[in-house]
Ligand binder design. Structure first.
Ligand SMILES: Cc1cc2nc3c(=O)[nH]c(=O)nc-3n(C[C@H](O)[C@H](O)[C@H](O)COP(=O)(O)OP(=O)(O)OC[C@H]3O[C@@H](n4cnc5c(N)ncnc54)[C@H](O)[C@@H]3O)c2cc1C
Length: 413
């Protein structure tokens, strides 16, 4: 049987694309390598804007998040409360969330096959896509939604693979009441270049579990263990057990750092992490994967109408990505990323920004928006830049001199 569309990968990107295509009466098949309900190494923090795609039911969004904490060794915990309906979020297990999204796609009419790892993709005479795995399938077009696990498929199709950093995390069992008291409904982000030079650490509270991890360039187990020894963390997790998933307590996975420049070719589009859409300020990628899935599904529907799956037809997907994800958001995330992670001033910039936000509601809203996505990265950047002299004053002369070349570079991105 020949499908209109085959999607490879059942993460948030693939599931979102499948649902939208199926709702538009497309004959769509999604192939997922893993079994139903697999564990996914992810802190599972998502802002409320994910509900642009589907409302998130109670139970899937394990814990509602209403604030955040920025933590630096010098200042300790800098807390903020995010009020307003656009500022909240959820922390949840990806096992539940991804299953929920795939069930949604199924309900919309997509066929979903688990335990079906695709090994090869062939484009035969520019006419049909052959998908080879445990079985062979054919389609007009394919969406690669393989996260960072499909590099081989991308390479053989001549598509680029995004640059990436590594993440290591564990899920620690803690009673709900203890999490409420010690961490609250807040995501905790740790900025400490002595722990990891180009990256962050976090504690994300789920209902009865803490996701604790470190990510960054060249992250190693030693970084993760050092974070567990951080006195603030150590005291709180002493005697607590790490949960076991798939026989392992500690999981590692990569996360992309930059979008690839050409995420399509004839009959193929690449979405989500495979395309490098994650936001490298706090390294979140779920919303971006879903948005790119939606845009690829829209480009596919236009191509289907024209019965043209050639490269120039699917270039529409790239245009949509630039318009809806890059121009107002990712481009400015890369500027923030450069400023934070390439200036050598990570902690100082975080402390200065938080300090400015104390008596500056616009700055506070912008800081909150970095977590919640309640304003675009472009808006947040403009707020920050309009206060650059104040920032320089707070950083002091020596640090400001260090900041100048990084800032010039960031402005050119
Ligand atoms: C440690 C860590 C913490 C993170 N925390 C957060 C967070 O708190 N919030 C956030 O927004 N993001 C977070 N992220 C990023 C987030 O996990 C990703 O950006 C997101 O999962 C990308 O979704 P995706 O659909 O593109 O890919 P994925 O979710 O990776 O899904 C890809 C799917 O494709 C399947 N697959 C791969 N190869 C094949 C094949 N050959 N055949 C069939 N199926 C295949 C895989 O099994 C997988 O299910 C984190 C990442 C890491 C590593």
């Amino acid at each position: 049987m020949k499908y209109d569309l085959i999607i490879i990968g059942g993460g948030p990107g693939g599931a979102t694309a499948a649902k939208i295509a199926a709702k538009n009466n497309v004959n769509v098949l999604l192939l997922e390598a893993n079994e139903e309900g697999r564990y996914k190494c992810c802190a599972g923090g998502i802002p409320i804007r994910n509900e642009e795609f589907t409302p998130i039911p109670k139970g899937v969004g394990d814990r509602e998040i209403t604030g955040g904490v920025l933590f630096t060794p010098q200042s300790g915990a800098m807390e903020f409360e995010a009020s307003g309906k656009n500022n909240k979020g959820y922390c949840m297990f990806r096992t539940d969330f991804d299953k929920f999204l795939l069930d949604n796609a199924r309900d919309a009419g997509a066929q979903v096959i688990y335990e079906s790892r695709v090994k090869r993709i062939e484009i035969v005479n520019n006419k049909v896509v052959k998908i080879l795995g445990p079985k062979e399938y054919q389609s007009e077009c394919v969406i690669l939604a393989t996260g960072l696990g499909g590099a081989q498929l991308q390479r053989t199709l001549g598509l680029a693979i995004p640059p990436m950093v590594g993440g290591i995390q564990a899920e620690i069992s803690v009673p709900e009441s203890v999490i409420d008291e010690q961490f609250g409904n807040r995501v905790w982000e740790f900025f400490d270049r002595n722990l990891i030079d180009h990256g962050i650490a976090w504690v994300f509270p789920k209902l009865q579990t803490l996701s604790i991890g470190v990510l960054g360039n060249g992250v190693k187990m030693a970084h993760f263990k050092a974070f567990l020894r951080n006195p603030f963390i150590k005291e709180k997790i002493e005697g607590r057990e790490m949960k076991v998933f798939g026989g392992r307590k500690i999981w590692a996975a990569p996360i992309p750092d930059r979008m690839i420049t050409k995420p399509y070719r004839e009959r193929v589009m690449v979405i989500g992490d495979a395309c490098g859409t994650a936001d490298p300020i706090l390294y979140e990628g779920i919303y971006q994967a879903r948005l790119s899935g939606k845009l690829a599904a829209e480009a596919f529907l236009q191509a289907l109408e024209k019965e043209d799956f050639g490269e120039s037809s699917l270039a529409r997907y790239s245009e949509l990505l630039l318009e809806h994800l890059y121009e107002e958001d990712l481009r400015y995330s890369y500027k923030f990323h450069h400023l934070l992670y390439h200036s050598g001033l990570l902690e100082r910039i975080i402390e200065a920004s938080y300090s400015m936000a104390q008596d500056d509601p616009e700055m506070m809203q912008s800081t909150i928006a970095l977590f919640t996505g309640s304003e675009t990265r472009k808006q947040s950047w403009e707020v920050m830049m309009s206060r650059k002299w104040k920032l320089a004053k707070l950083l002091g002369i020596k640090n400001s001199m260090k900041l100048i070349p990084t800032l010039f570079h960031a402005l050119r991105i």
